[in-house]
Design a protein around this ligand. Structure first.
Ligand code: GLU
Length: 489
């Protein structure tokens, strides 16, 4: 049994964004690959911004991506007395002191330091606060924080699986706040992120802290706290940030896009999202790009995680999604496609040929949200309305222009279909063969009028597919209808 234990520790102050999901996935994959355990810890000590429903949404998102946890969820808000207990240990050892600096004072000093090009660290002034000054502050109603004394003189080493050993200068780290006055209880302190993370990682025997690069600068503080609390120091792995296609922070573009939006509205499947997230900041040895769930677990190696920022593009995700759609069994694909369409209020089961149509589209579409358009030609009423609109718009409309320019093609096609008794793909092949001899048009000029007449659209699924999905009568009827519409103007 492996002793490896990792945790995913989101703050429930909003929905998980792609970066957090990637962190969760890397923890999951590492745990599975190593035969270790994954823990879910909800970091909800910020009572103002945390919401229980976000914690629940986070769990739903993890589940829909197939990310499993072996322990938890632990809610930090239910563990306050544990942090208080550990605070007492630190107090006993003389590691902490009360600080009465106000937020405004700290901010003014920070700005001054930056203006003078000094590191904006806390100047530790409350370490030596006189009793008189303290009394004055209390009388003013200032509520104190508790700061951890940074007394290290040697460089602080952070061992990072991805980045190697990183040295931090303790001179640049001022004494930091580990507990704040509880806004609701005057005599109580609540832990800051540094305190609750280190106590929990220690007590939960976390061996590897895998998190975003934005936490790298917190790690030397955490090393000091782990030491002071008497816990072993875990291995760190700081994952490179994910940027948008233009190099901008991903949160700018996708900050408020939730996982369910990707799945329910855009029609991506979880396997593809999982696959793509795994590639954001990890390069498989053989540069392979498509992985099933189990293949990912088998191949994942944290040591091959990349240092440089990963670039997320929806184009790539769309391609990966189309590859995963092809990998689904037909039954599984149909189930999901029906589910997607029905959630959109498209009652597809009624249409007898719909199963066949969906099956045919399996290898053509990239995402489920392409289905409504790809299938719209089935609907007779939508088809007629489309033609009506294009006739009304006349020369301004691409379909109208295609149909009028293609009149001779349509006439010949009508005759050829009438003379044939075939259906489906055979009818299509026969028709193209006959038209070759009967009309002078070729390529686009030949196929576009047929497509426009049969679907009312200039683009869409392959023409051959349309012949597979509409019966002879409908095909004949539509070619006739299209001719009628353009000549009626
Ligand atoms: N709660 C922190 C966050 O959401 C993560 C802390 C950690 O992974 O150490 O950014």
């Amino acid at each position: 049994m492996s002793s490896i234990r990792v945790r995913f520790a989101p703050s429930p102050t909003g929905y998980l964004h792609l970066g957090n999901l990637r962190t969760a996935l890397f923890n999951d994959l590492f745990a599975r690959h190593e035969g270790g355990k994954m823990i879910l810890r909800i970091e909800d000590t910020d009572t103002v911004r945390s919401k229980r429903e976000y914690g629940e949404a986070i769990q739903r998102d993890l589940e829909s991506l197939g990310i499993r946890f072996d322990e938890g969820p632990y809610y930090q808000s239910e563990r306050i007395s544990i942090y208080e207990e550990h605070l007492r240990q630190l107090e006993k050892k003389g590691n902490v002191y009360l600080c009465y600096c106000t937020q405004d004072e700290l901010e003014a000093r920070r700005r001054e330091a930056l203006a003078m090009k000094r590191p904006p660290r806390y100047d530790n002034r409350c370490r030596t606060l006189t009793d008189e000054e303290r009394r004055r502050r209390i009388a003013q109603g200032v509520r104190p924080t508790l700061r951890f004394k940074v007394e290290a003189t040697e460089p602080i080493l952070v061992e990072d699986v991805i980045r190697g050993e990183i040295k931090f200068d303790p001179q640049e780290i001022g004494d930091f706040v580990i507990m704040r006055s509880d806004p609701d209880h005057s005599n109580r302190f609540l832990p800051t992120f540094h305190m609750s993370v280190c106590v929990d990682d220690g007590l939960m025997k976390i061996t590897h802290v895998i998190r975003g690069e934005d936490h790298l600068s917190n790690s030397p503080r955490h090393v000091l706290l782990f030491r002071a609390l008497g816990f072993p120091i875990p291995q760190f792995a700081h994952l490179s940030l994910i940027h948008g296609p233009g190099g901008e922070p991903l949160s700018k573009r996708y900050g408020d896009v939730s996982l369910s939006d990707f799945i329910e509205n855009k029609g991506y499947i979880p396997e593809a999202i999982r696959n793509y997230l795994a590639l954001l900041g990890w390069s498989p040895k053989d540069n392979r790009e498509i992985f099933s769930m189990t293949e990912l677990e088998q191949s994942f190696d944290l040591r091959n995680a990349t240092h440089h920022a990963a670039i997320f593009t929806e184009q790539k995700l769309t391609w990966i999604n189309s590859e995963h759609l092809k990998m689904l069994s037909e039954a599984d694909y149909l189930k999901r496609a029906f589910f997607f369409l029905e959630r959109r209020g498209i009652g597809v089961r009624k249409e007898p040929k719909m199963r066949e149509a969906l099956a045919i589209l399996k290898s053509d579409i990239h995402r489920f949200d392409e289905l409504p358009d790809a299938l719209s030609f089935f609907d007779e009423e939508a088809y007629r309305n489309r033609l009506k609109r294009s006739v009304a718009a006349g020369d301004q409309d691409q379909v109208y222009v295609i149909l009028t320019e293609g009149r001779s093609v349509l006439e010949a096609a009508q005759e050829a279909v009438q003379q044939s008794s075939s259906e489906g793909e055979t009818l299509f092949l026969e028709l193209t063969e006959t038209l070759k001899h009967r009309v002078s048009e070729k390529g686009k000029k030949l196929f576009l009028p047929l497509r426009a007449a049969l679907t009312g659209e200039p683009h869409g699924i392959e023409l051959k597919r349309i012949f597979q999905l509409l019966d002879r009568q409908t095909i004949l009827g539509r070619i006739g209808k299209a001719q009628e519409f353009v000549t009626s103007k």
